[in-house]
Structures are given as structure tokens and as C-alpha cells.
Design a protein around this ligand. Structure first.
Ligand SMILES: [Zn+2]
Length: 294
């Protein structure tokens, strides 16, 4: 769709990209468009910037103006990123390119002026992404759904993007909606993690199912937490805290809390909260639903 997007990663210095042609639409009468075209929504030509950290692997400068035969890309910069994808910035103004092949660049670094060189009818930036084999839609990269960076290898006990997970029996979506029963018998991919790290969007492949609290998920390669584990939490028992859970007053615990075995010191009258700690050293009140009996 042409128009404004709420990008995580930017390609124009103004960070006010207005898309005039997306990936997959037809460019003039020429061929399928394998990039996105942007103009600066602030109204004047603007500098193209590195979308993410990387290394400059190709530069072309010296193209004067319109060329539909030899230098269709006009003056351009190509950057290789950590995740193995390449970004390109086309049709830049002659002699405006500020980077050299071999140069390491940081996200936001100025590359050259948005221009009208090569096969171009009007000042704009053509931005494209190549995954090493072919051009792919830049949109998921600009939105932060696909990465320019190497993703950290998930450890066996942490739920991260790409983890295979199952939903704990009885859990609801994070908006409170009750899922269909089959949800509890399905292995899902974690597609996104919320900014606060507490919720995960689960689905299968590209299809998404919904947002769940991470504390309601467990890794598919691990045994299911028993459905009545919560009931087993009792004074004097040993417990672990579910990943992502907060104290019952909403305070966020230090990360070590999720990897520590605690003693249940006492329980609230309604049985819904437990005071955990080590020995008599109090750590805090947690909801019993956020605890797992050891
Ligand atoms: Zn284009």
C-alpha cells in the first residue's frame, strides 16, 4: 500500500518515509517491482541512511541522470547485514555518496542524497532487500518482524521468537478470550514478543493465532506443567516462578528470580497468593498461578 508506515527501521534521514510504490507492484511498464519506493514526506529531497548496521559491499557513482539501458539503478549503495541480507539504495544523486566499499556502517549513517539517476522518473529512493538468493519484500524488515541482525540462539529454557511452544491447560489469550480446545493440543511458533517481554504472539508459520502471556506457555520439547500444579503450592513447599511473571503488586522481579527455587513462607487467606523467599529471607508475594511446584 502506498502511504505512511510506522517503521522500526528507517531509510531516509527525516524518518518520514512516504511509500509511493511497494514491493510486487509493477514499476512503470517495465517489470515487477522488487523493492519499495520512498519520497520524503517532509517535502524536500533527503539523505538516504543505512537501515541497519552492516558493511558496504558495492557503490556506484558517476551516473548523470536518466538511463534505462545500462545503469538502471543509477548511483547506489549496497550494504551487507549481519543476518545475511543485503539492502540497496538506488537512484542517488551523482557525487553525493559518502561511503566506500569495505566500510562498516551503523544504522542511520548518511549514504547519499535521494535522487533521480538511472531508470527513474522523479526524485525518490528505491530501497530493496535481497536475502542472498532473491529480492524479497522489504516491509517485514522495515517493520522489525524480520531481522538485519543475527538472532541470539534461544537457550533451552527461554521462550523467544522462533521457539516452539504449547499453551498451558486452561490458559486464555492475553485479552481474556478463551481459545478453542484444540489450542491446548497444538505446537505453535512464537512469532513476536511484546516490547515489555511479557506476551508472545503465537501461530503456525505465517498464520497467527493470538497473543498469550509467556507465563501461560511452555516449550514444546519440555514436559507439560501438570494442570493442578497451582494447587500443589503450599507453605513449606519449593516453587519456581513462571517466566515473565511479576510480583502480585505488579513489580517486575530481577531475572534471577525465574531461575531460582524458592520456599513458600506463607500463603494469603484466599489461597491465591504466596509469599516466597529463601529460608526466612522474603522475596515477595506472587500469585500462585505464576508459580510451579518443584
Ligand atoms: Zn523502485
Amino acid at each position: 500500500m502506498s502511504g505512511k508506515y510506522n517503521f522500526k527501521y528507517h531509510v531516509l534521514e527525516s524518518k518520514s518515509e512516504y511509500c509511493t510504490a511497494d514491493y510486487g507492484t509493477r514499476e512503470l511498464s517495465y517489470s515487477t517491482h522488487h523493492g519499495m519506493d520512498f519520497i520524503n514526506d517532509a517535502g524536500h529531497a533527503c539523505c538516504a541512511i543505512a537501515v541497519a548496521d552492516g558493511e558496504v559491499v558495492a557503490v556506484q557513482d558517476g551516473v548523470d541522470g536518466f538511463d534505462d539501458k545500462v545503469y538502471t539503478a543509477g548511483n547506489f549503495v549496497r550494504i551487507k547485514h549481519e543476518s545475511g541480507v543485503y539492502s540497496r539504495y538506488l537512484h542517488l544523486v551523482k557525487n553525493s555518496i559518502k561511503v566506500k566499499v569495505g566500510q562498516k556502517v551503523k544504522a542511520g549513517m548518511a549514504l547519499g542524497m535521494e535522487g533521480n539517476t538511472g531508470y527513474s522518473y522523479g526524485t525518490h529512493l528505491h530501497f530493496d532487500i535481497n536475502n542472498g538468493t532473491q529480492y524479497v519484500d522489504p516491509l517485514p524488515y522495515l517493520m522489525g518482524e524480520k531481522s538485519f541482525y543475527k538472532t541470539k540462539k534461544p537457550t533451552s529454557t527461554t521462550i523467544t521468537v522462533g521457539s516452539k511452544v504449547r499453551v498451558k491447560a486452561g490458559a486464555t489469550f492475553s485479552d481474556g478470550t478463551k481459545p478453542f480446545a484444540e489450542v491446548y493440543n497444538t505446537v505453535y511458533d512464537v512469532q513476536l514478543i511484546s516490547r515489555n517481554g511479557k506476551e508472545a504472539r503465537i501461530g503456525i508459520g505465517d498464520q497467527w493465532t493470538g497473543w498469550m502471556y509467556i507465563s501461560d506457555l511452555y516449550l514444546a520439547n519440555q514436559p507439560a506443567p501438570s494442570a493442578d500444579a497451582a494447587k500443589a503450592v503450599k507453605v513449606g513447599g519449593k516453587v519456581k516462578v513462571n517466566a515473565g511473571a511479576t510480583f502480585s503488586d505488579g513489580t517486575e522481579p530481577y531475572p534471577f528470580v525465574y531461575t531460582t527455587v524458592f520456599d513458600v513462607i506463607t500463603m494469603s487467606k484466599d489461597g491465591k497468593e504466596a509469599l516466597i523467599g529463601i529460608g526466612t529471607d522474603v522475596t515477595g508475594w506472587m500469585y500462585v498461578k505464576d508459580l510451579m511446584s518443584e
